[in-house]
Design a protein around this ligand. Sequence first.
Ligand SMILES: C[S@@+](CC[C@H](N)C(=O)[O-])C[C@H]1O[C@@H](n2cnc3c(N)ncnc32)[C@H](O)[C@@H]1O
Length: 196
Amino acid sequence: MLTAAYRTRLQQLWQEGEAHDARHAARADKRLNITPDTGMFLYQLVRARKAMSLLEIGTSNGYSAVWLGLATQANKGRLRSVDHSAHKTALASAMLDSFGLQHTVSLLTGDAFGVLAGCDDESVDMLFLDADRSRYAGYWPEIARILTPRGIVVMDNAISHAEECADFRAAVLATHGYLAETYEIGKGQFVILKDL
Ligand SMILES: C[S@@+](CC[C@H](N)C(=O)[O-])C[C@H]1O[C@@H](n2cnc3c(N)ncnc32)[C@H](O)[C@@H]1O
């Protein structure tokens, strides 16, 4: 559950992440966390949808996984989160443990496409996409396959990096049975509903 103490701590962690990123020039060394209002949006969606099976693409140090994980824990569901950086997975593991989420969130070190391809059909209630934007269009057939009916996808950076996500958005909007819209939350959230 999202207690006031957790919200205060998440605000501090976000500020620490921003300060960390300002000190590091290389993208691979940055945290690149979602904004706190994006975290709240994700929390509300997970709870309202009563999502039980969640997948995150792009763990970094676990900041967004905490927001998703607290909502998933309240639903008594499970979140899996993948990152290809073992170093970042280790940071995320410590972060999630400190929020008591070790039994709710499973961290995977590997490539996003392999994890998507390994999921069963219609097995994921909610997917959060926050990784290698130029590859999202190639992920779309797998994402559409693994989403449950009324499943939701949230893609971060829909406004901040709109050009890089253009192929993905076009592929989604051209697919029958899906509703999608961009919302001005944080860096821009492209939300897709499998309306079947
Ligand atoms: C923007 S950061 C994720 C931030 C995180 N969601 C948060 O808000 O705390 C993107 C992450 O995706 C990872 N990543 C990029 N391409 C990937 C891929 N193909 N497979 C797995 N992880 C990938 C990077 O290592 C990086 O940690």
